[in-house]
Ligand binder design. Structure first.
Ligand code: ATP
Ligand code: MG
Length: 418
């Protein structure tokens, strides 16, 4: 019986972001994130050496396939490779290459071999290693051909403390390690755009926290639960997410009672911005993040955005602003949120939608309409009723929830969407 093959994962990170004093900081951050991910897949040791992070299983029960997939989703990592480890001599390397590689070479017709020697004391040059290992592969799998220009697969031999035989490479998530660029508060609806917006800024290194506005009982328990499931999918990239849930029911009812219908959505969105800014300050976020896209709906014309933006006290990052819906959908499919996003539940923005929303509002007009209500008091009341849900990869739990107050609300259905 031949010995078990010891397979490990190697992760490469983008060199450009790792210059100077930041380097160790980023590397530590990446290792921490990988260790956190690894907890889910068994016992692994994560270490780094020579611009590579090594993820090594501690025992046979570790789920290497799961970890490989998970590592490819960690921001800051540009490529992940699985490799077999062996002794640092040519006989062992050749034997391992022909034992290990066939499982990854099904359907492959051409390959290219290359070698890297970090250990310069190794007696053979890179060229010599390539020619010996390439020869051994061709002998074991005579149907293969070498193609140095456009190979179906690249086989790399790396000589470090041990020898490693790489079976191809997979693109990593790219970007910067989560947490390396501050904290953003995502306005997370149940739609397609906001999860994509959160993903994009997490990719640039922001730690993401979320606020979700609901309008219970006009919006349902199922709509709320859908948002937590979306956040749960995002945690694959972002790590755990705290979702602060704020009810807009009272505000919406007051708007209906006292303000002109054409302004409902704009006014509501101004409340959202103000409340989100307050939550953002409480959680030390440097910015709000929304899924707004220019001209997508009446409240996203440049004039409408100017009017709603005026109520934010934090910078607002809108990564989808210049994207077409189709482009946003493409990303949402790729990151896995699309199927949940299109489940048909109501959003607080879609209850009480004005029939003729203003698309070119003037700030003074909106402010005058808004002055019919006690803005600050309503914001405070909404914040007082907020509660927090911690969403992790395994599920979610409610952390803080104030005593429910009695509300006299008859559920109504109004489903015309902007
Ligand atoms: P999405 O697909 O992200 O829901 P949308 O096309 O439905 O976007 P709007 O409903 O106008 O567009 O919302 C624009 C942005 O406002 C959203 O991307 C999100 O950031 C924020 N937003 C809307 N509704 C909510 C909500 N209920 N809770 C939190 N944020 C919201
Ligand atoms: Mg929405």
């Amino acid at each position: 019986m031949s010995e078990r093959i010891r397979e490990i994962i190697l992760c490469k990170y983008g060199e450009i972001i790792l210059k100077g004093a930041n380097r160790k900081y980023f590397e530590d951050m990446l290792c921490r994130e990988l260790r956190r991910k690894a907890e889910r897949y068994g016992h692994f040791t994560v270490s780094r050496s020579q611009s590579t992070i090594y993820i090594e299983p501690d025992d046979d029960r570790a789920d290497l396939d799961g970890m490989y997939e998970a590592a490819s989703k960690v921001f800051g990592i540009i490529a992940v490779t699985r490799a077999a480890e062996c002794e640092k001599n040519m006989e062992a390397i050749e034997q391992m290459a022909v034992r290990y590689l066939p499982r990854y070479m099904k359907g492959i017709r051409t390959f290219k071999c290359d070698a890297r020697r970090s250990d310069k004391r190794f007696p053979l040059t890179s060229m010599e290693i390539v020619s010996e290992v390439g020869g051994a592969i061709l002998e074991a799998m005579p149907h293969l051909r070498v193609d140095v220009h456009q190979p179906d697969m690249e086989v790399r031999i790396e000589i470090r403390e041990k020898a490693y035989i790489h079976a191809g490479q997979r693109k990593g998530a790219g970007g910067m390690p989560v947490g390396s660029n501050g904290r953003g508060l995502l306005l997370l609806s149940g739609g397609i755009d906001s999860p994509v917006a959160g993903y994009m800024l997490a990719k640039r290194g922001m730690r993401v926290e979320a606020v979700h506005f609901e309008s219970f009982p006009y919006t349902s328990e199922l709509a709320r639960e859908k948002v937590f499931r979306l956040a749960q999918i995002l945690t694959e990239y972002t790590g755990e997410i705290y979702v602060h849930v704020v009810s807009l029911t009272k505000i919406q009812e007051e708007l209906m009672r006292h303000c002109e219908e054409d302004f409902f959505t704009l006014l509501l969105r101004r409340y959202m911005m103000a409340i989100a800014s307050r939550v953002g300050q409480q959680v030390h976020a440097q910015a709000l993040i929304t899924g707004e896209s220019l001209g997508q709906v009446a409240s996203q014309t440049s004039e409408a955005i100017a009017v709603t933006n005026a109520r934010s006290t934090l910078p607002v990052f809108r990564p989808c602003i210049g994207m077409d819906k189709e482009e946003i959908i493409q990303i949402s499919r790729r990151i896995g949120t699309y199927d949940v996003s299109i489940e048909p539940y109501e959003d607080c923005c879609t209850v009480f939608t004005p029939r003729h929303p203003r698309t070119r509002p003037k700030l003074e007009q909106v402010a005058a309409e808004e002055a019919r209500l006690d803005f600050d008091a309503l914001v405070q009341e909404a914040l007082d009723g907020a509660y927090t849900v911690r969403v992790g990869s395994e599920g979610y739990e409610t952390l803080e929830r104030p005593e429910p107050t009695m509300q006299n609300n008859e559920p109504k259905q109004d489903d015309c969407r902007g």
